[in-house]
Structures are given as structure tokens and as C-alpha cells.
Design a protein around this ligand. Structure first.
Ligand code: ZN
Ligand code: ZN
Length: 445
């Protein structure tokens, strides 16, 4: 059977399950859960994979679920299909969980529907009889940031080292046997067309800064206080003044928020807290901008004679999409959505932990449409269910057939030219080297 015939057979099997696949996407949309806490969603994935006759392993890095299926045409590379489980807190989202604030405003519910739909199609159609190597169906936790206090507490308790699901899964060895991987992310942006592949994405580090001053009566004796809020404010102004030093091609993004600015109005604030990401196109650009941000934070403390504690947290590495995989995806996407709806995108300034995987193996992170509104915003919604939920299932399954069909010729083609920058051990050492804590006493300076 040719690959084209097998793809058609698998697509027909997916069509027969389309109501069920849409049902999965809608059910997850209605039960949004935050990263590392996607218990119900992971349970749904585990049950679905088990019903397909697979033997999933669950509770990997808290909530990850992984099952593999071997092709019967002999040994070959292992290709992982990935779906992200988590939602994120978006205030004002009409479907936000009232208890946690979580909402599926990034469309990860569609990723899981696509992942399970691909598994259904491949297994229903008996595709494994025509494939070599192995396919892994991997639902992964916690791509979105946030929920930092809880994650910090888990880290102190030794339950977590990194704050992203994929870095944690790499650390725990659950990607050790995977040679190449892909996922499909939903996009609400009309300019992305119905299917698109970006060239690359920014990487980032996370930062927490805690300014400590001295409380005093704000009316009666302000001269006895050290105003931590003003120290933080000066740091923010200094960060903004640095923006002209960043080169356009480095696509630096720094977007601090003030998370605490005082306890009550008649007390000089003794504590103020900032949180920010520092993003950039290359790791060197992130490291350079990060050093400037540290300077700005110290400057705030120095001006007021306050102290600042700066925690730099390992974030996500820049994403590079594999060009060979992108070529295969293009052909499949054009078959599904038509040439005029396919786009090739340039660099994007957001970040994802698929970037981390891209530094250690060839990966692809395309987008497909079906959503409307703004990502991470209250107006985000899935409006075209077949495009958002069912088409990605077909695209993922077609990629499995391309990578693992014909003796896994596609995967061998990818692996022959891909040159991942880091080994897994080098990756972990690099991420660990990014973690840093500095205490700067501006009063002693
Ligand atoms: Zn997101
Ligand atoms: Zn996302």
C-alpha cells in the first residue's frame, strides 16, 4: 500500500470518529485545569488510549500520559506526537473555572483532541502493519507558565525541578527513547491561515524580584522608612529605558508585572515584588538582556537604600522547527486545507517548551486554525470544530505515515540532516546553570 493510500484510509477512520474527537475537545474545554494539575484531562487521555488497546503510563511529571505503538515492519526511529494538557488563568474569560480561574484560552484542548484522534485513526485503520519503528502518543503537562507560588513550593519539596512539563519529562527520562517529535498548536490569528509552520520562537528565562525596605508611618514619620515600592518603580523605569539597547533581530520581550506593592496606605511599603520574563531569539540574547535587567533591579534598590533579592528561573529555550519535517507537513497540510490556506511564518516572539525539545531532537510545531479572538485573552474561542479538532488529527496521523512508512524513510531522512545543538545531559546542565539567586543590598552600597 502506498503512503497516500494509507493516509486516505486513516483519514476515513478519523472521519468515522469525528463526533467523538470533537466531543473530546469540547469536554476538555469545559474542564480547564492548570499545569501539573490536569488530573481529569489526563484521566480522559488514559482511558481513551486504553480503549484503543494501548497500555498507557500515567502520572509522569505529575499528570503526563504516554503510550506507544510499534510498527510491525521492523525496527526504526521513535516518533512522538505531543498534546499539551493545560489551561491558563485568564481573568474575565466566560468559561473560566470559578475556583481556579483556568480557561482554555490557548486551545490546548484541541491539541489533546487531535492527539487522540490521530491515535484512533492509526489504530482503527491498522496502520501499524505498514509502519516501522514506534509512534508515541504523549499528553504532556504544563506548557503555560504561572501558578508560580505552587510550583516554587513543589520545587522546595523536591517534587519538581523545572516549571515546564517537557523539561521535567526530559529530566525524568521520558523522552530518552524518542528520536523526533511534533505537535500542532491551534491558532486564532487569521494571518496564520488554516495551517502554518513558524521558523522559530523566542526562548526565555523567568525572574522574581523582591524589594525589601523598612515600614514607617507614612504621614507621621516617612523619613524613617525605606520605600520598597519606589525602589521597584525605579527598577521598572530602568528596564523600560533599556529597551533602546535591544537589537530588533534579537526580538527581546520583557514584560514585568508588579505582584505586591504595599500592605496598607498609611504605611511606607516595606516590601514590593516584581515578576517578569526575559525573552529573546537566541540564548545569548536572553543572557545579555537578563544581565541588563539585573542591573536595573539593583539600580532601584540602590536609589532607595533597599535590598533586592533576584531569583532567575530556568525558562524555555528558543524553538527551531526542523526544515525537513516542515516540508513533509506542508504537503499534508495543503492536502487538508488547500494551498491558498497554507502559510510559512517567520520568527515568533512567544516561547514554548517545544523549544527545549528542539535543542535536543528534531521537532515541528505547526499551527492550525479553527479558533477566534486573541490567544491568552477572554475572547478566545473555538469556532470551527472540524478544523480545530479533526483536521489536526489527520495531519498528525499523515505525518506518522510519512515518518514511519516505507521503512521509516521519512524519519531517517529527518535524522540524517538534523543537528540538535545539545545532548540531553548538556541540556540539563545548561538549564541548571541558568538558575541563580542574588541578594543586593543597596543600603550597604
Ligand atoms: Zn499559551
Ligand atoms: Zn499554547
Amino acid at each position: 500500500m502506498t503512503r497516500a493510500e494509507l493516509k486516505r484510509r486513516v483519514a476515513e477512520a478519523i472521519d468515522r470518529r469525528s463526533d467523538e474527537i470533537i466531543g473530546v475537545g469540547e469536554q476538555i474545554r469545559r474542564q480547564p485545569e492548570l499545569g501539573f494539575k490536569e488530573v481529569k484531562t489526563a484521566g480522559l487521555v488514559e482511558d481513551s488510549l486504553r480503549r484503543l488497546g494501548l497500555s498507557p503510563r500515567a502520572r509522569l511529571a505529575f499528570t503526563g500520559v504516554r503510550a506507544e505503538a510499534a510498527g510491525t515492519r521492523g525496527a526504526g526511529p521513535t516518533f512522538a506526537l505531543i498534546g499539551e494538557l493545560d489551561a491558563l488563568v485568564v481573568s474575565g474569560h466566560p468559561e473560566a473555572d470559578p475556583a481556579t480561574g483556568a480557561a482554555h484560552a490557548c486551545g490546548h484542548n484541541a491539541q489533546v483532541a487531535g492527539l487522540l484522534g490521530a491515535a484512533m485513526g492509526l489504530l482503527d485503520a491498522g496502520a501499524l502493519e505498514h509502519l516501522s519503528g514506534r509512534v508515541v502518543f504523549f499528553a504532556v503537562p504544563a506548557e503555560e507558565g504561572g501558578d508560580l507560588e505552587w510550583r516554587m513550593a513543589q520545587r522546595r519539596a523536591g517534587a519538581l525541578e523545572f516549571f515546564g512539563g517537557k523539561p521535567e519529562l526530559v529530566r525524568l527520562g521520558h523522552f530518552d527513547d524518542v528520536d523526533l517529535a511534533m505537535m500542532i498548536h491551534t491558532t486564532p490569528r487569521p494571518e496564520d491561515g488554516r495551517a502554518s509552520v513558524p521558523l522559530s520562537n523566542n526562548g526565555r528565562v523567568g525572574k522574581l524580584a523582591r524589594f525589601a525596605g523598612r515600614a514607617a508611618h507614612a504621614g507621621g514619620a516617612p523619613h524613617l522608612g525605606v520605600n520598597a515600592l519606589y525602589a521597584a518603580q525605579i527598577a521598572l523605569a530602568a528596564i523600560n529605558a533599556l529597551r533602546e539597547t535591544f537589537r530588533d533581530e534579537d526580538t527581546i520581550r520583557i514584560h514585568p508585572i508588579l505582584t505586591h506593592g504595599g500592605s496598607q496606605v498609611n504605611v511606607i511599603p516595606a516590601e514590593a515584588r516584581l515578576e517578569t520574563y526575559v525573552r529573546g531569539r537566541t540564548l545569548d540574547a536572553v543572557i545579555d538582556a537578563n544581565a541588563k535587567v539585573d542591573r536595573a533591579l539593583r539600580a532601584g534598590a540602590l536609589a532607595l537604600g533597599a535590598t533586592v533579592e533576584i531569583d532567575t528561573l530556568p525558562g524555555y529555550l528558543p524553538l527551531d522547527c526542523d526544515a525537513t519535517m516542515a516540508r513533509y507537513f506542508r504537503d499534508n497540510a495543503v492536502d487538508l486545507v488547500g494551498e491558498s490556506h497554507y502559510r510559512e511564518l517567520g520568527h515568533r516572539a512567544g516561547s514554548t517548551d517545544m523549544g527545549d525539545l528542539s535543542q535536543i531532537m528534531p521537532v515541528l510545531h505547526p499551527y492550525m486554525g479553527g479558533a477566534r479572538g486573541t490567544g491568552h485573552a477572554a475572547d478566545y474561542e473555538i469556532v470551527d470544530k472540524p478544523l480545530a479538532y479533526v483536521a489536526p488529527a489527520k495531519a498528525l496521523a499523515a505525518m506518522v505515515i510519512d515518518m514511519l512508512g516505507d521503512g521509516a524513510a521519512g524519519a531517517r531522512d529527518v535524522l540524517a540532516t538534523a543537528r540538535p545543538r545539545l545532548s540531553r545531559a548538556e541540556y540539563l546542565a545548561l538549564q541548571r546553570s541558568m538558575a541563580r539567586r542574588e541578594v543586593y543590598d543597596g543600603g550597604a552600597a
